[in-house]
Design a protein around this ligand. Structure first.
Ligand code: Q9C
Ligand code: ZN
Length: 340
């Protein structure tokens, strides 16, 4: 399988994340990329390449121009700062609603972000854009028919990033970048098996009939992102019926996950897409520090088999997965089964 790497991933290095008023070590760290790459190299059968030079063109189709400009300028501001504290930009106030008069830098930090897990750092813009470019490249290879399956190895992840807000460690929505490009050639389904609801991808395509978004995840009653991922979110306007959520209880294991996965796959099939984007998180694994599910490593092969059996040209995009000792094996199992 061809693997498109984000060559800039290591430029985004979170110094920590803010959880309930305390700064704790960041789960989303460069080591995630390295362990996945090492596991794929050890397994064999994967060919690594970098995308062409990143350009903003690949994110303008799905992200608001003012949001893209904010990420670019805030990253540059962090880079210029001498004071170490000013090299990390954190939001502290979130808007009550749109306010066109609120244009100061502190207002924008809250306006273009929805949580305290997603700081802007000196390398954030370059790193996020490198991932989006990798996703665009993978989608182009699939759209051209050059490949059947292509995997995008990237961080920071993307599926929580909305049209104009970062959050959940995500800045540009890589899966949405791929889906948007593929949608030019035919209907697209996005299947998201990260343990957290893919709120950003849902948000970006919520009123569109040509892109189906399907997510299996921890019930937002108890798991991040808390505000979306409920089963009654089914799309709006022309997109009504083109969104499906399968929330599952904390502690979910194979017995509970398997029927939800089958229902999610069935929803994808009914839509009759021409292309699939698989938002592949490994954080539903039993060892994940933040997921709360209990799936064993070998179940990731079952996920991969389910994706293969859908039978569509597929872009696979790396999302979450935070246990560095098991992440590589989960991803390898999934990818091998997709290509089997
Ligand atoms: N104490 C992805 O998996 N909450 N994002 C973490 C840790 C944020 C997850 C709480 C989780 C975001 C792409
Ligand atoms: Zn996740």
């Amino acid at each position: 399988m061809r693997v498109i790497l984000n060559p800039k991933h290591a430029e985004h290095v979170p110094p920590g994340e803010m959880e309930g008023g305390a700064v704790i070590p960041s789960y989303e760290a460069p080591g995630r990329f390295e362990v996945i790459r090492a596991a794929l190299e050890a397994a064999g059968g994967f060919r690594f390449e970098e995308p062409p030079k990143p350009s903003e063109e690949c994110v303008t189709a799905i992200h608001h121009a003012a949001y893209i400009a904010y990420l670019r300028e805030a990253s540059a501001e962090a880079k210029r700062a001498r004071d170490p504290a000013a090299k990390q930009l954190w939001p502290t106030v979130f808007p009550f609603g749109p306010n066109p008069r609120a244009t100061g830098t502190r207002a924008l930090r809250g306006q273009f972000c929805f949580d305290t897990y997603t700081p802007i750092l000196p390398g954030t813009f370059a790193s996020a854009l490198g991932g989006a470019s990798a996703a665009a490249r993978a989608a182009d290879l699939i759209a051209d028919g050059a490949e059947r399956n292509v995997y995008v190895l990237t961080r920071p992840p993307g599926h929580h990033a909305e049209h104009d807000r970062c959050g959940g460690y995500c800045y540009f929505n890589n899966a949405a970048v791929a889906a948007e490009r593929l949608a030019k050639c035919g209907p697209v389904a996005v299947l998201d098996l990260d343990v957290h609801h893919g709120n950003g991808t849902q948000h970006i395509f919520y009123s569109r009939a040509d892109v189906l978004t399907v997510s299996v995840h921890g019930d937002p009653a108890g798991l991040y992102p808390f505000f979306s991922g409920f089963a009654d979110e089914t799309g709006t306007g022309a997109g009504l019926g083109a969104n499906a959520n399968f929330p599952l209880l904390p502690g979910t294991g194979v017995k509970e996950y398997r029927p939800a996965l089958a229902a999610a796959v069935e929803a994808v099939r009914r839509f009759k897409p021409a292309f699939l984007v698989f938002a592949f998180g490994a954080d539903a694994h039993e060892s994940d520090p933040i997921g709360g599910f209990t799936l064993p490593t070998k179940f990731f092969a079952e996920m991969g088999t389910a994706v293969r059996e859908i039978g569509l040209p597929t872009v696979i995009v790396q999302e979450g997965g935070y246990n560095l000792t098991t992440l590589g094996a989960c991803v390898t199992e999934g990818l091998k089964a997709i290509d089997a």
